[in-house]
Design a protein around this ligand. Sequence first.
Ligand code: PHB
Ligand code: FE
Length: 324
Amino acid sequence: MTNLTAVVNNEQTGYQNFSAGSFTFRRDEYFAYIDYPDGEHVMPIDAFLKALMRDIAWGFFYGSVNFDDVFGTTNHYGNVDMFIGSMNEEYVNNGKDFMENFPSEELMEVFQAMLSDWTIEGFDPFAAPQETGTAWGPKNGNNDEAISRTRQVAQRMIGIPGDTEIRSDKTGYTVNRHFKDVDQSQPVVDAEPGFEDQIHGFNLWAHLSRSDVTWNPSIVSICKQSLLCPTTEEFILPVEHGNDRVEWFVQVSDEIIWDIKDGKSSKPRASLVMRAGDVACMPADIRHQGYSPKRSMLIVWENGSPEIMEKIKDGTVPRVGVEF
Ligand code: PHB
Ligand code: FE
């Protein structure tokens, strides 16, 4: 770790400044400031922290995580680019784009330290706006408990004998205020004698209705390379996700409006309203950001194929799910 260090304490606000390569980061009561050799980029601190939380929790995710139209990271699975304007045609055309590459674990350390120092008591960057405090103001404690949530890992299907007990109705999570109408009953499964610990079902919607985080897809089933990642959504997806592969959305309840732009240039491409029952295939060359007017349920269907990494590298990854 030679080029990555936490630097000085900011005397006025009490927050630390951070640096990674030729980027430096500081926050004050309202904003995050990102300095790079060509200038400075400013973001509202709440938007910055919510995006930073996702980038950390998802391990830089698939493709690009755009904190806004300008700043973000691109995952190369082992190393990661951090950029200003590289995914924005105006910045590129005007020679204002800047990018630096980092070993993933080194940048991750800086991001984690920054998130911990800049998240104050009472603010939970994973929570819906009405279910948390604010990010504004001078340094005041921390909320490491909220930002260090780790996924609960099932060894077998949730609730099946022998698994860790993680069914959400048994671990104290309460039903979200927007999901009071979700049926909480569990399926009745009559297994043949001898198969009781192998045949099982549980109510996924009841499970999801108790999620205390928003915009955080979690794998609930893996079938070969097919990953089903449901999530509950409210307000705005804090990042514009730039896909590097096709990704499917299944809208399970309520409604999400998707703003879809070109992945590279950031030019607007489409606006899509998805209502319960709608399914969409998101192409590999776009970025998207969702708006959910009330808490809703979404299944993100990801392709976890190892071969796809090679196709992404050599540019042969399919752009759409099916060509007719
Ligand atoms: C996505 O970028 O595909 C995505 C990310 C987080 C969500 C939903 C969708 O909660
Ligand atoms: Fe996506």
